[in-house]
Ligand binder design. Structure first.
Ligand SMILES: C[S@@+](CC[C@H](N)C(=O)[O-])C[C@H]1O[C@@H](n2cnc3c(N)ncnc32)[C@H](O)[C@@H]1O
Length: 290
């Protein structure tokens, strides 16, 4: 690994995953269900639309699909001749993914699979598109994950990834509890073997996975919480999943105090009601043409 491909590997001795994805309760995924292909994979939508013109039986694998709301919109876009497979490490996601697909009217065009991104249970050259959203930031060898995604993509197909860049997360107002949460969540992410600057490293990881620079199309997008209802869903998700239960216990072990957690909760509650309260983060996006 060169200095430029550096990954943050300084683990805090007491750090645990912010979310243990292998065993997370299905409720953890609820605040992600507003995500669609249009708001979370907009860079890929025109490529799907154009591919569909010559190949209506398009196949997409969504890796780390969570509740599958992005996967289900892919199914809506490709139409009834195509097929989307939603895969996730956590078996708790599968019933929720099925319910989302049912609600969105695409259950017939989808299948669901438990699996791990570094060892995907498919033959080489199986899918037209292999996609992930906010997955590589959580895994400890993201270049190997991309290599595996490339392996299963058909020649002429595309690997697409969009990842947040936690270091670029900004918020207003700068409430102390929100600032504290930013530091805490970042150290938990790194403690888990993840990366706080994933968005900016995607091109580097794709090169390390064996792609040539000419195959890679990078772009950048933002993710933001400005809408009052979405702010509430996001902040209540943080309070429920990150400021209570095992994550709070881990934070207490790593040096935070009960007062710190109370301050974070109080400030997230206050931020929900603030008219000028906003949060945003840059995301990196790449498409790798095989
Ligand atoms: C932040 S969520 C994103 C979910 C979905 N892509 C979205 O954006 O709504 C990350 C997802 O990746 C899954 N995941 C984490 N590590 C994984 C791995 N090694 N292999 C497959 N899935 C994994 C988690 O269970 C979780 O559902």
């Amino acid at each position: 690994m060169t200095e430029h491909q550096a990954k943050e590997t300084h683990l805090h001795p007491d750090a645990v995953p912010l979310v243990d994805w292998a065993t997370a309760n299905k409720n953890v995924y609820k605040h992600m269900e507003w995500r669609t292909a249009y708001n979370s994979a907009a860079y890929l939508v025109p490529v799907i639309e154009s591919m569909k013109k010559t190949n209506p039986a398009i196949t997409i694998l969504d890796v780390g699909a969570g509740s599958g709301s992005i996967s289900a919109t892919f199914a809506q876009i490709i139409g009834t001749k195509g097929h989307v497979t939603a895969l996730d490490l956590n078996p708790a996601t599968i019933p929720r993914c099925k319910a989302v697909a049912e609600e969105m009217g695409v259950i017939e065009m989808m299948s669901f699979q438990q699996g791990e991104v570094h060892k995907l249970p498919y033959e080489d050259n199986t899918f037209d598109i292999v996609h992930c959203h906010q997955l590589l930031t959580h895994v400890n060898a993201p270049w190997d994950a991309l290599r595996e995604m490339l392996r299963m993509t058909k020649p002429g197909g595309v690997v697409a990834a969009r990842e947040g860049d936690w270091e670029t997360e900004v918020r207003w107002p700068q409430l102390p509890g929100l600032v504290k949460f930013h530091g805490f969540a970042g150290s938990m992410l790194v403690g888990h073997g993840g990366t706080k600057s994933a968005g900016r490293q995607l091109v580097s990881w794709a090169l390390r996975a064996g792609a040539k620079r000419s195959q890679i199309t990078p772009s950048y997008g933002t993710w933001s919480y400005t809408d009052p209802e979405l702010k509430k869903i996001y902040a209540q998700g943080i309070i429920r999943d990150a400021l209570h239960g095992p994550v709070r216990q881990a934070g207490l072990k790593s040096g935070l105090t009960e007062d710190d957690f109370d301050e974070m909760e109080k400030d997230f509650e206050a931020w929900i009601g603030m008219e000028d309260g906003v949060l945003a983060m840059m995301h990196g996006e790449i498409m790798i043409k095989k």
